[in-house]
Structures are given as C-alpha cells and as structure tokens.
Write a protein that binds this ligand. Structure first.
Ligand code: GLA
Length: 390
C-alpha cells in the first residue's frame, strides 16, 4: 500500500477510536544495517540506512494528563496516566510507547496527555528494527505536538533507553539513530561513541537494497547478544593490559590487534577480530561510497558476512543459505546477514535492471532448499522520522 493510503487509513482509525481528526501524522522508518555489524555497543562505527517500511503515528493533544494509545496492528487501545507509567505485561507493544514517554518525562520534558493511533508495516522480529521505528514515531509525534526542543541524537538516546531499560532488551544506538536521522538516498555513517554522523550518498536508482527474510524468527537472540557483548568487553579488558588507552574495542587498531591477538583465548580473539575489522570496513565504506565505487562497497558487505559467520558466529543455516542463493542470483552484487543475526534477514545490493529476476530466483531457490517461501523487500534509502500530514 502506498504511503498516502496508509496515512489515510491511520487517520480514519484515529477518528473511529477518538471521534475527532488527528492534529498531525508522523512516520518513523525501520532500518537496514548495511555495515557495522555488532560494532555499535563497542563504541565503533556503523553504516545503516532508513528504509521505506515504517510506523505511522497519528495524534492529538488532550487537555488532561492521560495517554490513550491505539495499535492498529493489534486492534487494541490502552490508556494510562502520565503520572504513573508502568510496564504492561499484557499489551507488551505498548511498552515502547510507555518507555519513550517515561524517559522523555525523566529528561525534563513537560508532557501533556495525548491520543494516538499507531500503525506499522515493518515486519516484527525479522531484524529491521520495528521497535526503533515505534519508539521514534512516538517520540517524534510528541515533539511535533508539544513543540519541545530536543536534538535528533537526544531523541534517539531516549528511544534506546526505552528499549534497554523499560522494555528490557539490550541494543546499541544504531537503530533509533538512523530511524530518526536517516536521509533519502543516503546511508548514515555514525560514530557510536561521539554520536557524530555524516550522510553518505547511496544512490538507489541504479542499485537497489534488497532485504530477504529467512522467515526464521530470531529465537536465541537475547541471550546470545548479551553473551557477545560480554565477550567484547572481556576482549577490551584483556587488550587494555598491553595497549594504552583502550576503553572499548573501538580503541584497538588492527595493527595493535595483530601484535597481541595470540595472547587472547580463541573465542575472545575471534569476537574481537570481527569487531576491529568491521570498524575498518565501515570507515572504508564511507570512502568508497563518497566516490561512488559500489563494487568496492559490495565487496565489504560480502566480507562482513564471512566475518559474522566465522568469527562472531551469529549466522545460522537459514541465513547462510539465503546468502548463497542470493549471491548466485541475477544482478546480485553481494549478500550478507543484517542486524543481530540468528535468523531474520539478509541484505543484498542488486542492479536495478535485474531486480525482478533476482527476486524470483531467490524466492524459488530458497524455497527449494528450505521448503520455506521467503518474504523479499526491494528497498530504497529513505528519510528518517518526519511529519507526513499536518
Ligand atoms: C541489533 C541491535 C543493534 C546492533 C545490531 C548488531 O539490531 O539492535 O543495536 O547491535 O543488533 O549490529
């Protein structure tokens, strides 16, 4: 469905539930991680892009202190007072709304009651950051309605805290940041330590970003994710004994790593190697994209998959199969897993004139090898959070 139709639909849903028209409608997108796999929580570099799948939020201020939030996806309405924002054990989707409001309030924003209707088409649980999209949609809706001052990076940090501390899922800053600050026809280069960022041209007319969903939901992801984080912290701690000024893996150059890597236990060495070389790939990607060298960019994505699979060990049979099938399909320039891993999606760069053949070949090839028909999304790089209707 086109954006305008979806906006019309969420406005109607708002009117049906609340009996008035919404004051505004905003959107915040999901994202695809092009490069920067598991580097964000190591204070490193990432290169995601915002995509066209998004969460729409229609809203109006109320004159009391109550928040009423309707989810079109769950066809459920929740209501709670701003004075006591508690976790909801039943309507767990609403915890993203509650968490963002909680941390906005905690950061000193004077909130007002609000009616909102939320509707998203980012597939849930497939690694395209539907949760960051809802967090940024709610945050941006509140900012648009109330008009408080808050920078994009600060709103992203509010979303990350909501996810980490309120919902209770540990993540880095990449997803919320690009959902808020992505730009059409650009990838976003972000330094996750300083939150300095740069829009890097990514022309998606000639080359499409194609996301292939293995349909395997990311089962073990939470415990494995936390374990990887702990292993990276351990690697940084060990390396800091021999290399000065190491606070996080971000601070380890590949030259220093090569000097000391043999002193690390094998698993810790593999995790560190992935992160340190992945940071290098992200820095390199900014250079090659700035000169439009898409072949070099594609090679970096391929290398990223090998490293995520063999060193960071976050791939799985389904992701590896999708990568193999994709790399052999017409128009394919590269393929890698994207996001946390253990299921979810791969991302490929595909020459535009062969996109249809690519999609058909991958759909049939993956189905033949696994018995499962994948969902495939042909994406372009889109703007981050924005107002779609006043
Ligand atoms: C998940 C997290 C991100 C990032 C990726 C791995 O998507 O939400 O913050 O850590 O995994 O790169």
């Amino acid at each position: 469905m086109m954006l305008q139709d979806r906006v019309g639909e969420v406005r109607e849903q708002f009117e049906r539930i609340f009996g008035t028209r919404p004051q505004t409608v905003v959107r915040a997108p999901g994202r695809v991680e092009l490069l920067g796999n598991h580097t964000d929580y190591n204070e490193g570099f990432v290169l995601p892009a915002a995509i066209s799948m998004d969460v729409l939020a229609a809203g109006s201020l109320r004159d009391d202190e109550v928040v009423a939030a309707y989810s079109a996806n769950f066809d459920t309405l929740v209501a709670f007072p701003l004075s006591s924002i508690e976790k909801d054990q039943v309507n767990t989707w609403s915890n993203y709304v509650r968490g963002v409001l909680h941390f906005l309030k905690e950061s000193g924003v004077r909130l007002q009651g609000v009616n909102m209707a939320i509707s998203g088409n980012v597939p849930v649980g497939s690694g395209l950051s539907s949760s960051a999209a809802i967090e940024m949609a709610v945050g941006f809706l509140m900012q648009t309605l109330i008009g408080f001052e808050m920078s994009g990076p600060d709103l992203a940090l509010i979303g990350q805290r909501a996810e980490n501390e309120f919902v209770g899922v540990s993540t880095g800053i990449m997803d919320q940041f690009v959902s808020r600050l992505g730009r059409k026809d650009h990838a976003l280069f972000l330094d996750c330590r300083t939150l300095g960022y740069e829009q890097v041209p990514l022309e998606t007319k000639a080359i499409k970003i194609v996301v292939c969903d293995t349909m395997k939901r990311r089962g073990l992801v939470d415990s494995e994710y936390d374990q990887r984080r702990a292993q990276c912290e351990e690697a940084a701690r060990l390396l800091s004994q021999w290399i000065p000024n190491v606070r996080a893996l971000r601070d380890v150059s590949k030259e220093d790593f090569e000097l000391y890597k043999d002193r690390l236990p094998e698993v810790i060495r593999k995790r560190a190697q992935h992160v340190i070389y992945e940071n290098e790939r992200v820095l390199k990607s900014r250079e090659v994209l700035n000169v439009g060298d898409y072949d070099a960019f594609a090679r970096l994505l391929d290398e990223c998959h090998e490293s995520a699979r063999d060193l960071y060990e976050v791939s799985c049979a389904e992701l590896d199969t999708m990568v193999e099938v994709s790399r052999q399909a017409p128009g394919a320039m590269c393929a890698r897993l994207t996001g946390a891993g253990f299921g979810g999606c791969t991302v490929s760069l595909v020459r535009d004139e062969q996109v249809d053949a690519f999609v058909d070949t991958v759909r049939a090839g993956y189905a033949e090898r696994t018995g499962v028909t994948p969902s495939i999304y042909v994406c372009t790089a889109e703007d981050g959070a924005s107002v779609v209707q006043q």
